[in-house]
Write a protein that binds this ligand. Structure first.
Ligand code: MG
Length: 291
């Protein structure tokens, strides 16, 4: 990798590479209700500075908000960012952002301007659904606020409404536990954090065994409960944990869902501590690199 921040501290001759795909808010960013163990983020920063690691942020944030988070929380500079809930991929090598047009081209196969406008007009009639500010909307994503209560039922209802009009879309619900509001994103059917991770793994030649994904909430569930090696941080809401366990079991993926619980190096398993705990669970050979 060409990131100047990477110190080349791999063992001579070793060429093993690892990919960390992590959500930001309440996964790497300690902006939930629980405390962060103070040593957790510095430890994670030190670990992924090694040349062996590629880091990808997988987030609902747009570019400006990702840049703000990196600065504010002193997060490691990533190699790529999957933003806008999976509807956009940027390479971020050498601190310059370049979009992957091939991803957007693929998403646009079933999502045009008129398609977007038709969805927007249809959903304007839905009660308890409030379009977020215009700077949170993109040509490939509509984002709404709603009540946290009844979020799953509302998402199911919206899927039926769109389906009945022949409007293909992916409806993804998440809860902002701090403000206690529901967030609903409407995306092209192929777009999700999970599908974008798979696309990036294929493009960069990462496999199941050397990739670890981390998340905490509803829009992370598709990848958390997939065949990808995943960790749910300990600060996740109980309802998310229960759903993740149920879905992973239904899909036969229990071995690919690690629930961070704390205790690793005396840390509490929340946020970066949980990410580290999960990485070492799947990749025990890196444990010596975590001080
Ligand atoms: Mg999150």
């Amino acid at each position: 990798m060409t990131d100047p921040d990477k110190n080349k501290s791999l063992q001579p001759g070793s060429s093993t590479r690892y990919l960390l795909c992590s959500d930001l808010d309440r996964t790497l960013i300690p902006n939930g209700k629980q405390e962060e163990t103070p040593s957790a983020r510095p430890r994670l920063r030190e670990l992924v500075r090694r040349a062996a690691f590629c880091v990808v942020y997988v987030t609902g944030r747009n570019r400006a908000l990702v840049e703000q988070a990196i600065e504010q929380y002193q997060l490691p500079w990533p190699d790529a960012v999957i933003g806008d809930v999976g509807s956009c991929i940027w390479s971020t090598f050498d601190r310059s952002w370049s979009k992957w047009p091939q991803w957007e081209d693929r998403l646009k196969q079933d999502w045009s301007g008129p398609h977007l406008e038709a969805i927007r007009a249809l959903l304007a009639r839905e009660p308890e659904l409030e379009l977020q500010a215009e700077d949170r909307q993109t040509p490939l994503k509509l984002s709404y606020n709603t009540l946290a209560r009844g979020l799953d039922q509302r998402c199911r209802h919206l899927r039926q409404v769109l389906h009945s009009k022949g409007l293909a879309a992916n409806v993804i619900g998440s809860i902002d536990e701090v403000d206690d509001i529901g967030l609903i994103d409407i995306l092209p059917s192929m777009a999700s954090k999970h599908s974008a991770i798979e696309m990036l793994m294929a493009a960069w030649g990462f496999q199941h065994w050397n990739t670890v994904c981390a998340g905490d909430s509803g829009n992370d569930l598709p990848f958390l409960t997939s065949a990808l090696q995943s960790v749910l941080v300990a600060n996740a809401e109980d309802s998310v944990r229960e759903r993740a366990v149920r879905l992973a079991a239904r899909r036969g993926q229990q071995a690919n869902l690690y629930l961070a619980r704390g205790g690793f190096h005396g840390m509490n398993g929340c946020y970066s501590a949980g990410v580290l705990e999960g990485m070492v669970h799947y990749l025990p050979e890196i444990s010596a690199w975590v001080e």
